[in-house]
Design a protein around this ligand. Structure first.
Ligand SMILES: Cc1cc2nc3c(=O)[nH]c(=O)nc-3n(C[C@H](O)[C@H](O)[C@H](O)COP(=O)(O)O)c2cc1C
Length: 229
């Protein structure tokens, strides 16, 4: 953001950001170190119970932007839809399908995550919360997610429907894992990617939201590359 923090200056900056992003999609790209050939993995996690819908679509856009930062980056989209991620129960522990995710997420080659959640009543989805609670195992296992970079995408059915609240609640949990939490990078540069489902399960018309998604993907990748090297 510029030093002009008046409302007019703020809106002017955002307007320029939208226009520039729409044309180039890379308005604020930073210089990255040259490729080394060592693969850096970034995993996208879509935490909607609905497979292939708007949250998955937004996370995929972020992953594509992340992949553009360096040829060393490899991306993978994991959808929790259809997986059995049980509510965390300390009395009767049951990991369900989380067991198969565990080694994948803790892999040292994984440097970054893009976590997408639908907005449910101004917060994250219950599936997202169940996933985050199951991540307790990493905290207990020498903080296995420590120093991995994470950015958050939230998709709602309403503009200002709670996207930022959902993002911040996910971020707060990730900080308990000593992860490095980042927002959407410049030029939008706020807490994360805030996306609008137009009511027809389509996000393609939300150009501002998609710019935050791309900026988030790039930001996660930029920091992941620096951490990995
Ligand atoms: C239980 C429930 C609660 C919801 N609450 C909100 C809400 O508070 N704010 C909002 O903007 N959208 C809300 N929505 C709409 C979803 O966030 C929106 O449809 C989103 O795109 C769904 O993600 P998906 O397409 O990946 O399943 C809610 C949907 C459901 C099913």
């Amino acid at each position: 953001m510029t030093e002009d923090v008046s409302r007019r200056g703020f809106l002017k900056t955002a307007g320029i950001a939208v226009a520039a992003g729409a044309i180039t999609g890379t308005a604020a790209q930073t210089q990255e170190p040259p490729a080394t050939g060592r693969k850096i993995r970034i995993i996208g996690l879509a935490c909607s119970p609905r497979k292939g819908k708007t949250t998955a679509a937004a996370v995929q856009v972020a992953l594509e932007a992340a992949a553009g930062v360096s040829p060393d980056i490899q991306t993978e989209l994991i959808e929790l839809a259809g997986m059995n991620i049980p509510v965390f129960d300390p009395v009767n522990p049951n990991k369900g399908d989380f067991t198969s995710l565990e080694p994948k997420l803790a892999d040292a080659a994984v440097a970054g995550f893009i976590i997408g959640t639908p907005v449910y009543f101004s917060g994250m989805s219950s599936l997202c919360k169940a996933f985050i609670d199951q991540c307790m195992v990493f905290r207990k296992n020498n903080f296995a997610l420590k120093n991995k970079v994470a950015g958050v995408v939230a998709v709602g059915g309403v503009r200002n429907g709670g996207q930022e609240l959902a993002i911040e609640s996910v971020q707060a949990a990730l900080m308990c894992q000593e992860m490095i939490v980042v927002g959407d990078g410049s030029p939008t540069a706020h807490t994360g990617a805030t996306v609008l489902n137009d009511g027809q399960d389509d996000i393609s018309g939300d150009e501002f939201g998609l710019n935050t998604v791309r900026n988030l993907g790039r930001r996660v990748a930029e920091v992941a590359v620096r951490m990995a090297r």
